[in-house]
Write a new protein. Structure first.
Length: 451
């Protein structure tokens, strides 16, 4: 499938509902298509055509009228339904369902080995039940290619399962390396904050607002994988992999990661295929759940519910809901939405990533909701080792007081518990200068105070 040409978008909803084609149109455009026509139907699903047969005849006429090269259906089609619709519309016109389209977009945006593997895994998981269906029909009817599903190759199902196993092993190896990198960052004194939310909620724009560009450049040697750019285009799936940048929130050293956006009605197998990307969210110290405040309340509620289902299942970090794009709503509308969504987002932070409004409130909230730091006080014999430790504390924590005498240095600081323990261990190894060995026992002295 190639994302080029004119398409007709179509959607079926259960009886009594109204079909919203806006998202599937956005998806089609994100894949590179021009939307030439639209069609919807409200009725129960037809086993043979998904739509009613009369509606498929109407669809065929619309395809001819618009000279479309493909039909994009905003539903999940079974292999037989895809074949039956294809038999009704003009020859050579492709039938693409929602998930095939999403996989095509993912494939176009997969620029890293990890992203490419995840797309390949999703495609194989999508193909597997179709291969199993071919196997079942071939065995039952003893007719390879039954109902136009293609020639059945009994080894194909085994090949797919073998490829899935191989890709999962490679992704597991990548995930282990990323987990090691996350722990190295924490050991270096960084807090890990992840941006989550739906596509086009403004996550990348907000990330650019929070990022400290100068610090990224200064730390490239320590963190070579930090990405100094974060796209903020108004299109779906701009971010397929992850983008990490250093953020300026005040006293804490924060690494902010933007990941692939959620989208409604994603099947479990597709979410699982991108599990290693979502690990950046699941294993963060704090999650910022970004919601587009300019959307209708019901749409915001539905998206919050979906995000909560995805995040709370595996995520252990605190979640802060961020109502973004408040530059598009007035105070009265924003207050109404806060009240309506209070059960799902009891204490949200309302900001505009575009204008910067209330971003200071968000950075204060980030610092307040991150895991608590410990306060520590170290009294060290004045020496080169002591000065090296003090310098290290400035890099890995927040030094609040530094006081010198002729013989000692007192340093008071706050840091992650792991950093405090490392500092205490290093303090124990601080040596007294040779000329003072007859007056000191050669060790640092540490007193711990819990925050």
């Amino acid at each position: 499938m190639s994302g080029a040409g004119r398409v007709v978008v179509a959607k079926r909803v259960d009886g009594g509902e109204s079909a919203d084609l806006s998202e599937i149109e956005d998806l089609a455009r994100a894949a590179g298509y021009e939307v030439a026509g639209r069609l919807s139907q409200s009725r129960e699903e037809d086993a043979a055509y998904h739509f009613g047969e009369g509606k498929v005849t109407e669809l065929a006429a619309l395809v001819r009228e618009t000279d479309a090269t493909a039909v994009v259906v905003d539903n999940r089609l079974g292999p037989y339904q895809t074949y039956n619709i294809g038999g009704k519309i003009p020859a050579g016109v492709e039938v693409i369902d929602r998930f095939t389209l999403i996989l095509d977009i993912f494939g176009q945006r997969a620029n890293t080995r990890k992203a490419q593997l995840q797309v390949e895994l999703a495609e194989l998981r999508y193909e597997l039940p179709r291969a199993e269906a071919k196997a079942s029909l071939a065995k039952r009817d003893e007719r390879p290619g039954f109902m136009g599903l293609g020639e059945y190759d009994e080894s194909r199902e085994r090949d797919i399962k073998a490829q899935i196993s191989r890709i999962k092993q490679e992704l597991d190896a990548i995930a282990e390396k990323e987990e090691t990198r996350r722990e190295q960052r924490r050991e270096s004194g960084f807090d890990l904050v992840a941006l989550a939310g739906y596509t086009n909620a403004g996550k990348s724009t907000l990330m650019r607002r929070l990022a400290d560009d100068l610090d990224v450049g200064e730390n490239e040697g320590l963190h070579p994988d930090l990405d100094p750019t974060a796209e903020s285009e108004d299109r779906l799936f701009t971010t397929l992999g992850t983008t990490t940048r250093r953020a300026d929130t005040g006293t804490r050293d924060v690494l902010l990661t933007d990941t692939v956006g959620f989208i409604s009605d994603l099947p479990h197998w597709l979410v699982e295929s991108f599990e290693s990307t979502l690990d950046s969210v699941y294993r963060a110290d704090l999650v910022l759940l970004v919601v587009d405040a300019s959307e209708p309340i019901e749409e915001m509620r539905e998206k919050l519910l979906t995000c909560h289902d995805t995040l709370y299942e595996r995520n252990e970090a605190p979640i802060v809901t961020v109502l973004n794009k408040i530059d598009r709503v007035d105070d009265e509308e924003l207050a109404a939405k806060r009240s309506a969504l209070e059960a799902l987002a009891p204490t949200p932070v309302a900001v505009s990533g575009l204008t910067g409004e209330n971003v200071e409130e968000l950075t204060a909230r980030i610092e307040a909701d991150l895991p608590a730091w410990r306060e520590e006080r170290l009294l060290l014999p004045l020496s080169d080792d002591a000065m090296s430790l003090v310098s290290w504390l400035y890099d890995h924590g927040h030094v609040e007081r530094e006081e010198y005498t002729d013989e000692d240095v007192l340093v008071e600081f706050s840091a992650r518990p792991a950093i405090v323990e490392k500092a205490r261990a290093r303090a124990a190894d601080v040596t007294v200068p040779d000329e003072r060995t007859d007056q000191a026992d050669g060790s640092g002295r540490a007193e711990s105070v819990e925050q």
